[in-house]
Design a protein around this ligand. Structure first.
Ligand code: GDP
Length: 323
């Protein structure tokens, strides 16, 4: 306990608030590392993979971050609550319902409460605040917008919600294009704009650049807000070499004709990111990224254990303080 307090005081004296732009499974690893050593963290969550199912509003990225920080996340899957059971889902199947989206019994409580609060007129950001409080999470978690935004994947079988593509169809159909429905009409949550302005450091988590960070960037005015703060923005590559560590990032990047490499991610972010962290095995792409106007940092960016999460977070905090 004692060393942790020292750590916090040291960091706090030089870095005020840290804002992290985040999706789900990749993002939470770095967020956990950062939160283990720094208290003043604001997570800006993607909302575009939220979905209505069985009359319930499900927010996979927000929930992954809450469960991850509450230390109840099923780390093997990267979503849901560890040691959960699936009795309700089994019963739904018996009653003839589709059960391609897995909802555990404990997880169900989140969706029931959230949907109830939505129906009584509460905003998603208010509900998220209540839920992180109930789960005793100290970092702030703010949905980027309270307005509906949905990622739609255009495939050779037609257009579908991103959860349908990824979970129901297991990312099998060839992808033609991806769009963010509602993004131009959505308003940035004012607390998010404030966090971006006031943070000393903004971290773009190692997240899917198209399905997690893409919808955040697509919201009107968001990129402009980042460009104004570009000197304090660092991104961590979600790719090592030409491969994603998990998930369909490569497939999505190819669909929007983006080079599926750390360089491709850097290029995608080059308007507003000035520092880019890549795997030390990708040193050969460093010079090309520098030519985009970024400072490049090379380290081990694979996080398999909590020690890895802490190591990468410490590296980031130390390097960014020095930069
Ligand atoms: P999603 O919403 O569940 O897809 O989660 P994210 O967008 O937050 O995370 C998915 C991305 O994180 C993928 O592109 C992965 O390659 C990347 N990722 C997963 N684990 C790691 C890791 O340990 N290190 C890094 N650098 N990236 C990771």
């Amino acid at each position: 306990m004692y060393p942790k307090i020292i750590h916090y005081v040291l960091n706090h004296s030089t870095l005020a608030m840290i804002t992290v732009l985040a999706g789900g499974t990749g993002s939470i690893k770095l967020i956990r590392g950062l939160a283990s050593q720094f208290s003043d963290i604001t997570v800006v969550s993607n909302v575009a993979d939220n979905i209505w199912l069985y009359g319930l509003y499900i927010c996979p990225d927000i929930d992954t971050v809450i469960y991850g920080l509450a230390d109840i996340l099923d780390l093997r899957q990267g979503w849901g609550i560890k040691n959960d059971s699936f009795e309700c889902l089994r019963q739904m199947k018996m009653l003839g319902e589709q059960t391609w989206f897995k909802i555990g019994d404990k997880d169900l409580a989140m969706h029931l409460l959230r949907t109830n609060m939505l129906r009584s007129g509460k905003r998603l950001s208010y509900i998220t605040e209540r839920m992180r409080d109930k789960y005793a999470v100290s970092s702030r978690i703010i949905p980027v917008t309270d307005d509906p935004v949905e990622t739609k994947v255009l495939t050779d079988r037609g257009e579908m919600h991103i959860q349908e593509f990824w979970v129901k169809h297991r990312a099998q159909p060839p992808v033609v294009n991806i769009r963010y429905e509602g993004a131009e009409r959505a308003r940035i949550n004012p607390k998010v704009s404030q966090a971006i302005r006031q943070s000393k450091l903004i971290v773009i988590a190692p997240a899917n650049p198209i399905s997690s960070i893409g919808p955040i960037l697509a919201i009107r005015g968001f990129k402009k807000a980042l460009v104004a703060e570009r000197e304090k923005i660092v991104a961590v590559s979600p790719l090592i070499g030409n491969s994603a560590i998990s998930g369909p990032a490569v497939k999505y990047m190819e669909a929007v004709r983006l080079n599926s490499s750390p360089f491709g991610v850097a290029k995608h972010y080059s308007e507003f990111v000035t520092k880019f962290v890549i795997s030390k095995n990708d040193g050969d792409s460093s010079r090309r990224i520098v030519r985009l106007g970024m400072e490049v940092f090379e380290t081990d960016i694979l996080m398999k254990t909590s020690d890895d999460e802490n190591r990468l977070a410490t590296y980031l905090l130390t390097q960014m303080k020095a930069a």
